[in-house]
Design a binder for this molecule. Structure first.
Ligand code: FDA
Length: 315
């Protein structure tokens, strides 16, 4: 385990939960320049511009309206309205499969942590968004947050799938439970990622090599299943393995997809799309970018160095 992943990464991820630090970072002008490497912008129009640019290079998109850990119903309601507005703006899609347009949701932004009836409220809110997405032919995938929310998320997704069997969700390869979850859910649309939160060793693998190996085990289960695997990783080893596994299990280009984050390995995204693979880019937008941004800094020491240098140059 490197010094970065062992010491610095947990410290940076802890910063994602600090309101004081958030207040300070959001007010430094140089921050926004670095944020815009990972976030399409604060307005819906910024996200729509990114959709056009990415579609022009034959990439699919999934759009995330930024926000998490909502603790009041008004904010949760505003999040639902923002998603309905986003879906309206995206408009009706063709009937083809796979769907080129998707939105990604965080249940904590829809009220999962509300003190009273959180699970009931989040189910209703997610259902409203899914019903509209269904009418327009747009997919929805539910993001994975920290491990304390996994059971509740998977049970809410299971309930929603009774009406919307196309609904996808995310599994995180660093969690020890995930191989079992892959076996249970291999018949549905699953986005497999490594995992971006600071989790204790009791529930998560903390060694990078072990996480990659578990990812490959999980991906094999998904590729062997009857669902639609979404290979969410920028790691060259995983991208190569996905191609090999797809061949082994007779999956064509329409039977799985690669996914990467906005602003990360753009050349590789273009290369895969130009070679005929489906590549979906996760495009976040909105003013609540702090938590997302800090997780991107924590993934890579070079990002943090770049950010700190940008701050220093401005002072
Ligand atoms: P790894 O971290 O080993 O990176 C491989 C290479 O990719 C690096 O060497 C570098 O070149 C590049 N790279 C990776 N991260 C970078 C960064 N931040 N900046 C610059 N370069 C970088 N997590 C989660 O917990 N819940 C979720 O719901 C999601 N959702 C999600 C959707 C999609 C579409 C993607 C691609 C990822 C997620 N993630 C996520 C994040 C995921 O868990 C993970 O933290 C990152 O994808 C980084 O892991 P990689 O597999 O890319 O490997």
């Amino acid at each position: 385990m490197s010094v970065f992943s062992g010491v610095a990464r947990p410290v940076i991820l802890a910063a994602a939960r600090s309101h004081r630090l958030r207040h300070t970072v959001e007010r430094v002008p140089a921050t926004k320049q670095v944020v815009h490497r990972f976030v399409s912008g604060e307005q819906l129009a910024d996200a729509l511009d990114s959709v056009v640019l990415l579609s022009n290079s034959h990439r699919f998109v999934t759009i995330d309206y930024l926000g998490e850990d909502v603790v009041d119903t008004d904010t949760a309601d505003r999040t639902v309205s923002a998603y309905l507005g986003l879906l309206d703006a995206l408009g009706a899609q063709s009937e083809g499969m796979p769907r080129p347009l998707e939105v990604s949701l965080k249940l904590s932004a829809l009220g999962q942590a509300l003190p009273h009836d959180g699970d009931k409220i989040v189910l209703e809110n997610a259902h409203t968004i899914c019903a509209k997405a269904h009418d327009l032919g747009i997919w929805v995938t539910v993001d994975a947050e920290d491990h304390t929310t996994t059971d509740s998320r998977l049970s809410i997704v299971r309930e929603l799938r009774a009406d919307h069997d196309w609904l996808g969700t995310v599994l995180q390869a660093y969690l020890r439970r995930t191989l079992g979850d892959c076996r249970d859910l291999a018949g549905s649309r699953i986005r497999l990622c490594k995992g971006a939160y600071d989790e204790p060793a009791s529930v998560a693998l903390r060694d990078r090599r072990q996480v990659t190996e578990n990812y490959l085990r999980c991906l094999r289960v998904l590729m062997a299943g009857s669902g639609y695997p979404m290979v969410a990783s920028h790691d060259p080893e995983i991208i190569t393995a996905a191609d090999t596994l797809a061949g082994e299990f007779g999956r064509g280009t329409d039977d799985f997809e690669y996914q990467m984050l906005y602003g990360i390995r753009d050349d590789e995204q273009r290369r895969l799309a130009a070679a005929g693979s489906h590549v979906r880019v996760y495009v976040p937008f909105g003013s609540q970018w702090y938590g997302y941004f800090v997780r991107r800094l924590a993934e890579r020491p070079a990002n943090l160095t770049f950010f700190l240098r940008a701050l220093a140059e401005r002072h």
